[in-house]
Design a protein around this ligand. Sequence first.
Ligand code: TA6
Length: 297
Amino acid sequence: MPNPPETATSIQYHDGPGGLPFATIENAQATAEVSLHGGHVTAFQPKSASQPVLWLSGQAVFDPNKAIRGGIPVCWPWFGDHPTDAGLPAHGFARTSPWKVTNESSNADGSTTLALQLSATTPVPDVWPHRATLLLEITVGEALSIRLTTTNTGDAPFPLTQALHTYFTVSDISNVTIAGLEGARYLDKLKGNAAKPQDGVITIDQEVDRVYTETTADCLIHDPGFDRTIRIAKSGSRSTVVWNPWIEKAKRMGDFPDDGYQTMVCVETTNVGEDDTVTVEPGASHTLAAVISIEAV
Ligand code: TA6
C-alpha cells in the first residue's frame, strides 16, 4: 500500500470520554482532538514534537454541564465572573454548550481545518439578551491556528469579553520563562487588580493570575527541559492573561491534580478588562485569533 500523499488528512468523529462527541484530526504534520461539547481543542501535537503542546488535566470531568479542564477553553461572551451576576457560570456559556460542525477542509499546505459553530440562542437570554453566531475555525498543521469569530445577528450592539484560555504543557514550571511581555503593564488579580509593570521575563514560583493590558505581542514560553519554545502569536486582542494556580488553588480544584501546577501554564489570548472590551455592532463581526507553534528553545 503506497504511503498516502502529503495532503492526506483524516477527521474521525467518535464518542470520547463521558460519551461526549469528539473529532480526531490527523494529517502528515500533526494530530489534534476536539470536543464538540464546548468547541474545545483538548490536544495538539505536531508529528515533529516529542511532547504534547496542550496540557489536559488527568482529572478533567467530561460532562455536558462542565467545562473541560485543560486544552483551549472558549471563554465567551464574558471572561471571568459575569459583571453583574456572580451566580452565572464563570467565563460564559460557550464552553459548556454543544457546537455543530459546519465545515472541513484539507488545505494545500497539508494542514486541516475544522469549523464549528455555536448559534447563541442563549441559555440565559435574560442575562445575555443578544443574538450572535460564533464560528470557531481550527487549523491543524505544523502550527495550530484558532480563530473565534463573533457576528452580531441582532439589532443592538453588545459588549464582549472573551478568551482562548490555552493551557500549555511544560516540563517543569520552575525551569520556564515567558518572554514577550517585558515592560508591559499588568493587573494583578491576586492583589485587587493592582496595576504593576512587568520587570523582565516572567518566571513563576507562586500563584500567578495577571491581565497584561495594551499588548499585541507574541508570547514565547521558553522550556529548556523540553528543549523547545512555544510561540503564541495573536490578532484581534490587546490583552494577554498569564495564570498558574500553584499549590493551594490546585488543591482546591477537584478536576486539577494537586501537582498539576508543576507541568502547566496558561497564556491566554484575550479581550479582557476595561482596556480591551469589544463592542460588536449589529451585523458586524470580531475575530480573536491565536497561532501556536513550536521552535527550538
Ligand atoms: O484566566 C485565569 C482565570 O480567570 C483564573 O482566575 C482561574 O479562575 C482560571 O481562569 C480558571 O477558571 P475556571 O472557571 O476554568 O476554573
